[in-house]
Design a protein around this ligand. Structure first.
Ligand code: SAH
Length: 408
């Protein structure tokens, strides 16, 4: 099933014309400390063509060279820095960064996991780029115009590093719109991916739809928490709320759950969830797969559970959504806590980048008080090793979780 790469891509980067940007006085401090973002308001003046997407050198107000990055005149987030060394941004630059990223995944995840995030944007010092690997295929997301302009070099470097059947692109979403970019989807090189690809994660098997599934097809970021869940479920009744394709459900059964309710609002996700349960030998295991609105279900159901997983989609896409979002998280956690049997466990998550961990914990605390339950934190949950967060860019931490135990 070989097909030609889709239109927009794979022209090598044109001759790089360096643009020089001079920062306003005092605005250099975060850059010196390694923060990768420069907003338009920090820039005093430009030398060169400031109307085009390009590589830019950044200087302080006294003309001292600071760093090199990718410039987009259409975005308020004007520059995303790639390096604090005077190195050329070309295919070998990307090859080195990709190889560094891959080495750690290969060492740490080994053969037991052939689905993982190979590049996590700022966390791998490649802002604007996501690469997820699913067996013999990769899915790339180019979020910024700067990264997009190096698509050919990145795809060439990736193909040379990890020989694959195909590389697929799913560049879409709000960040691209803010960069002035339309969605771009299709084969970048090699074969088109089949309808679903089977991956293995900690000995569990999952079918992934790279083309139409949410994110790039699978929530790779919950691998560690799914594994942790399997240590808690022996003989328990489990509700997997916001289940997507049943990841937590498969692990709950693998850990010996007595019964599992798999709940989501998406029919295609639940169809794959059923296949995933079957693939792992749980087609006839006790439990149900239910399609519906989790907000309504949690409030209305008469069922009680020993373990609940609450993994909603991001409820705050922008900073301005925070009030509604905290209200939503409180509602979900309040009703989930009420449904737990004494001694029950709640694994609760927020993947909203704008909601800091401390605030999330406060919201869950408020929910526990209103639910009239006494609760302990058993474990803090978060990013697995293939979703690293740059210490210089703490904003990159989006996934926060709490494993809670209800005392009475
Ligand atoms: N826990 C999953 C990932 C969950 S992503 C995993 O490990 O793979 C969030 C899920 O919430 C998506 O599958 C989405 O379809 C679902 N969803 C969004 N709004 C919902 C609602 N109101 N009720 C139920 N499910 C919802």
């Amino acid at each position: 099933m070989s097909s030609a790469p889709h239109a927009s891509c794979l022209m090598p980067h044109a001759l790089v014309i360096l643009l020089n940007l001079y920062l306003k006085p005092t605005r250099d401090a975060p850059i010196r400390r390694g923060h990768p973002w420069i907003f338009s308001g920090a820039i005093e003046r430009c030398e060169g063509d400031d109307q085009s997407v390009d590589v830019a050198d950044v200087f302080d107000s006294k003309k001292n060279w600071l760093a090199r990055g990718l410039y987009n005149p259409k975005s308020q987030l004007r520059v995303r820095l790639l390096t604090w060394k005077k190195e050329t941004i070309d295919q070998s630059f990307f090859a080195a960064r990709l190889s560094h990223a891959l080495a750690f995944r290969s060492e740490q995840l080994g053969a037991a996991n052939n689905g993982y995030r190979l590049v996590n944007g700022e966390g791998d010092f490649l802002p604007g780029l996501i690469v997820d690997r699913y067996g013999d295929y990769c899915v790339c997301q180019f979020y910024t115009a700067g990264m997009e302009s190096f698509k050919a070099e990145i795809v060439a470097a990736l193909s040379a590093l990890v020989p694959m059947k195909g590389i697929f692109e799913r560049s879409e979403g709000r960040v691209r719109e803010e960069e002035g970019l339309a969605a771009s989807l299709g084969v970048l090189t090699g074969d088109a991916p089949p309808e679903t690809i089977a991956i293995e994660e900690n000995r569990q098997k999952f079918l992934v739809d790279l083309r139409r599934g949410q994110k790039t097809g699978f929530f790779l970021d919950q691998r560690d928490s799914r594994q942790f869940l399997s240590t808690l479920t022996r003989g328990k009744s489990v509700l997997n709320c916001f289940a997507y394709t049943g990841g937590f459900s498969v692990y709950a059964y693998a850990g010996g759950a007595r019964e599992v309710v798999t709940f989501d609002s998406s029919l295609p996700a639940l169809e794959l969830a059923e296949k995933n349960l079957e693939l792992n030998g749980y087609a006839d295991a006790a439990g149900e797969v239910i399609k519906g609105d989790a907000f309504a279900y949690l409030k209305e159901t008469d069922s009680k559970f020993d373990v609940i997983v609450l993994d909603p989609p991001s409820l705050a896409h922008r900073r301005g959504d925070m009030d509604a979002a905290t209200g939503g998280y409180k509602y979900l956690n309040l009703h989930a806590l009420k449904l737990l049997n004494p001694g029950g466990l709640l694994l609760t998550f927020s993947c909203s980048q704008h909601l800091p961990r401390e605030l999330f914990q406060k919201v869950v605390f408020g929910a526990a008080v209103d639910a009239g339950r006494k609760v302990t934190i058993v474990k803090q949950l978060g990013h697995p090793i293939d979703h690293p967060v740059s210490l210089h860019h703490p904003e990159g931490e989006y996934l926060k979780g709490l494993a809670l135990r209800v005392i009475d």
